[in-house]
Design a protein around this ligand. Structure first.
Ligand SMILES: C[S@@+](CC[C@H](N)C(=O)[O-])C[C@H]1O[C@@H](n2cnc3c(N)ncnc32)[C@H](O)[C@@H]1O
Length: 188
């Protein structure tokens, strides 16, 4: 069952540099995010992961930042300008329960959803939308907060992703989190 969305004041806490001591974006994402990639940060909040991802994709890449709360995106934009990465960013507000990724149809290399899916009322819809947006061979790192999200709920969420066509290719160890790496496999 989806929970109420993360309040904006928690968005400020989640962007604290101290969080890097337990969840370092470069360490978590560097195996997956490379220069020139198009990546999507679903439930980006104020950009704890999106801003470092902009550095990783570089000037030829693109970071599509999606959130359901306009205030999160406004704060992210200010931070991205300050960090000098605004040119690589695209800000998208979710409306009517959709992520709005239709135009990216099979154009995305990598998707992150960190501590988001338990807040989403219809995870199957999110998985179907992201699956369509990914290139064949593209990957989706799904992380949920351990403790807050039970092992069983996480297993059920992964099953929903598999039902949409994703394959589980890894279970990376990420501090204080449940995590799986999903792939849209290439059809031969
Ligand atoms: C707990 S925060 C995590 C933020 C960020 N991923 C991080 O780890 O710092 C969850 C974020 O997901 C967003 N969110 C919740 N439901 C959403 C939905 N249906 N679509 C897009 N974003 C959503 C919230 O507004 C919030 O910014």
């Amino acid at each position: 069952m989806a929970e109420r969305v993360c309040p904006v004041w928690v968005g400020y806490l989640l962007s604290s540099p101290l969080r890097k001591l337990i969840q370092n974006p470069e360490k978590i994402l560097s195996p997956h995010v490379k220069p020139g990639m198009t990546v999507v940060d679903v439930g980006c909040a104020m950009g704890f992961f999106s801003i470092p991802m902009a550095g990783m994709v570089g000037p030829s890449g693109r970071v599509v930042c999606v959130d359901i709360q306009e205030k999160m995106l406004q704060s992210l934009k200010k931070r991205a300008v300050k960090a000098g990465v605004d040119a690589a960013m695209e800000y998208r507000l979710c409306v009517n329960g959709a992520l709005g990724l239709e135009d990216l149809d099979q154009g995305v290399d990598f998707i992150l959803a960190f501590a988001v899916v338990h807040e989403v009322p219809d995870p199957a819809k999110l998985f179907a939308e992201t699956f369509r947006a990914l290139k064949p061979g593209g990957r989706f790192l799904l992380c949920e907060p351990a403790g807050h999200v039970s092992q069983q709920l996480f297993r059920d969420t992964v099953e929903q992703a598999r039902a949409c066509g994703y394959q589980v290719v890894d279970s990376p160890r990420i501090s204080k989190s449940h995590a799986v790496l999903l792939e849209k496999q290439v059809r031969l």
